[in-house]
Structures are given as structure tokens and as C-alpha cells.
Design a protein around this ligand. Structure first.
Ligand code: B12
Length: 302
């Protein structure tokens, strides 16, 4: 199949799979223009993942709609968790893999189940023209704010193309840095991972007191506080875009599963039955859930 025909077929599949953006880049090393300090990604460049790779297919899905009630009666999880793309966009990419393999190409999905076997998706997305790296180290664009979940395929099909790179539109704003209750953004564009609530919530070695020293704003699994303050997200927070994947989401159903009245007395069996199925890619263990929720209960009493 001719390259343009192949890309056209891939774009058609993406629409069917409710993917909002598809871009094609070459599989050369991601340079500092895209990832900052390259040494962080030793062994995670496209050629490390697939020798002889020719292209990377970048995809993104808008997740701005994946929220629950923000008042104190509800616990909160991130938009990424509620979207089901915690471990990257994987399932919707399978039909594209099948097409590429049916054309005799090698093709591999960057499955977040094993981070070290994935390229830095944000950096690749910058190269694909999908946005810039904001001060909170997230990929941000004028169209979607930071509410893009990312996914990628590496292949030896030679279908890369040039994409115009976005300017960085953070300017003098540093709301994300100011608002982070854990001061996890010590350097613009670089996250101090151990201090990020998203990391702490999943870390069994972090004590309840350590977490209790941080105002959680009712988050118990991942955290969107820096994104909720981001200038480029305000329009999306007021009125999320209406996108095909977002139409599948019903906030009122999800609200029922995160009322604090229910979460604060949840037993392990009900937790495993009702909440774990929502957590695709990583399932927060019950004891860490209980720890995180007990801090919210404690903070609500203050
Ligand atoms: C490990 C991981 C985490 C870890 C560590 C994150 C980190 N920044 O290191 C933890 C658990 C803390 C985490 C948290 C979150 N994550 Co995460 N995470 C990943 C994962 C699996 C690997 C990231 C990685 O390689 N980290 C190591 C560091 C060194 O790499 P990095 O952050 O990519 O480094 C960037 C910066 O260094 C930056 N940079 C620094 N200096 C400079 C200078 C210049 C000039 C430039 C251009 C860039 C730059 O560019 C690098 C390139 O990306 C990716 C998926 C993937 N394969 O990329 C998802 C991913 C990055 N996470 C994602 C998300 C959404 C989140 C959360 C928002 C979830 C949440 N609500 O809690 C938070 C965000 C916190 C934040 N402010 O970044 C999305 C980001 C989408 C987007 N629009 O940006 C991804 C792509 C997953 C996905 N499926 O979409 N995450």
C-alpha cells in the first residue's frame, strides 16, 4: 500500500476508535529540543525500543470531560484515571497494529504497563506538533490545554512527516508552580517525582502523616491540582469540549462511586467490585486507598 494511502487508512481507523489527533514523526532520537535533558531517556529512544524503526505514530485523546463533582462531599481521581488511559492509549491502537502487520510491517504499541519500554510520550508529542512542555512538565496545547492523554506506535513503516513545532505559551504565568500543595515543581518543566501527590498516593513507603501535611483538595488517586489552576485549562474547566470519546462518559454515574460518605466506609470486597474496575492500567491497592481516604476525612474535620 502506498504511504499516503496507508496514513489515510490509519487516520480513518483513528476516527472510528474515537482518537482526536494522529500525527506521524520519524524515529530518530528525541533531542533536547523535545525532551530537555536527553540523558534521562537512555534506552528509551525509538531505536532502543525497535531497532530499524522508521516512524512513530503519535495519538491523543481529549480527556477534559472526565471529572466528578468538586465539592467536599466527593473524593476525586484524576481525569487520566477516569478516562481509562492511565497506562497510555493502548486498546484503540490495536486495529492500527493489525493494519501495519497485514502490510508486512513491524509495529509496537507504547504500553504504559512497562514504562521503561516506552518512549517519552510528551517529548514525542512536542515533536509531533501536539503542544509545548508547560512549567508543570505536562504537554499543553491551545486547543486542548493539558487535557490530552497520549499513546504511540513505533513501526518500520517509513511514514514520518514534518510537523510544525508549537511555541511555548506559558510566558510569565506560573500558577501551576504556585498552587501545587506539595511544591513538586521546583524547576519549571521538571517534576520532582517523589514530591508529586500522584506518586505519593501510590507509594506504600509514604506515611499517612506525610500525606496529611499536604492539602489534598479531596484527591485520593492521582492529582489534577496544577492542571485545575493552569491558564490554558480554564475554558475547558468551564465547558469541556464535546468530543466523541467524551460522549461515552456520564459524570453522574461516576459521582455515585466517589461520594465521601460511601468511600469513607467502603470495605475491601465492595472496593474490589465497584472501584477497581474503573482503574485501568494500575489498580490502587485497598490499603493505600484507605490511607489516602482517611487523610481526606481528617482534613475535612479541620
Ligand atoms: C512515570 C510517569 C509519571 C510519574 C512521573 C512523571 C514525571 N514527570 O516524571 C508520575 C506518577 C509522578 C506521573 C504523574 C502524572 N502523569 Co504521568 N506519566 C509517566 C510516564 C509513564 C513516563 C514519564 C517519564 O518518562 N518520566 C520521566 C521524566 C524525566 O520524563 P518526562 O516527564 O517525560 O520529562 C519531560 C520533562 O523533562 C520535559 N522537559 C524538561 N525540561 C525540558 C526542556 C525542554 C526545552 C523541553 C522541550 C522539555 C523539557 O520534557 C521531558 C519530555 O517529556 C508517562 C508516559 C510516557 N511513556 O511518557 C506518563 C504521562 C507523562 N503522565 C501523564 C499524566 C496525565 C500524568 C498526571 C497529570 C496524572 C495525574 N493527574 O496525576 C500526573 C502529572 C504530573 C505532572 N505535573 O507532570 C500523561 C501526560 C499527558 C500530557 N498532556 O502531558 C502521560 C503521557 C501518560 C498518558 N497516557 O497520557 N506520571
Amino acid at each position: 500500500m502506498l504511504k499516503n494511502k496507508l496514513k489515510e487508512r490509519i487516520r480513518e481507523i483513528a476516527v472510528k476508535e474515537l482518537i482526536d489527533e494522529v500525527r506521524f514523526i520519524d524515529a530518530d532520537d528525541l533531542t533536547e529540543d523535545y525532551v530537555g535533558n536527553v540523558s534521562q531517556f537512555k534506552g528509551r529512544q525509538p531505536q532502543d525500543i525497535m531497532k530499524g524503526a522508521k516512524s512513530v505514530i503519535l495519538t491523543s485523546v481529549y480527556i477534559g470531560k472526565f471529572v466528578t463533582d468538586t465539592n467536599q462531599d466527593f473524593g476525586r481521581m484524576s481525569r487520566l484515571v477516569l478516562s481509562g488511559y492511565y497506562a497510555n492509549i493502548v486498546k484503540p491502537l490495536h486495529p492500527i497494529i493489525e493494519l501495519l502487520k497485514s502490510e508486512g510491517y513491524r509495529a509496537e504499541i507504547m504500553d504504559g504497563e512497562s514504562d521503561d519500554k516506552t518512549i517519552p510520550l510528551k517529548g514525542a508529542a512536542v515533536k509531533a506538533g501536539l503542544g509545548w512542555i508547560g512549567k508543570n512538565s505536562m504537554l499543553i496545547s491551545k486547543k486542548y490545554g493539558s487535557f490530552q492523554a497520549l499513546g504511540a506506535i513505533i513501526t518500520d513503516a517509513d511514514i514520518g512527516e514534518y510537523n510544525e513545532i508549537s511555541k511555548n505559551f506559558c510566558g510569565g504565568c506560573d500558577k501551576c508552580i504556585q498552587v501545587c500543595p506539595a511544591n513538586a515543581i521546583e524547576t519549571p518543566q521538571i517534576l520532582t517525582r517523589p514530591k508529586c501527590l500522584s506518586d505519593m498516593f501510590e507509594n506504600e513507603n509514604v506515611s499517612k502523616d506525610e500525606i496529611n501535611s499536604i492539602k489534598l483538595d479531596n484527591y485520593f488517586f492521582e492529582c489534577d491540582i496544577c492542571q485545575n489552576a493552569c491558564t490554558w485549562n480554564q475554558a475547558h474547566i468551564r465547558a469541556p469540549l464535546d468530543t466523541p470519546y467524551g460522549r461515552l462518559y456520564n459524570p453522574s454515574d461516576m459521582n455515585k462511586l466517589v461520594s465521601m460518605e460511601w468511600l469513607s466506609v467502603l470495605d475491601e470486597a465492595t472496593y474490589n467490585e465497584k472501584l477497581l474496575p474503573i482503574m485501568i492500567g494500575y489498580q490502587l491497592p485497598f490499603d493505600l486507598f484507605k490511607r489516602n481516604i482517611s487523610v481526606i476525612v481528617n482534613q475535612s474535620r479541620k
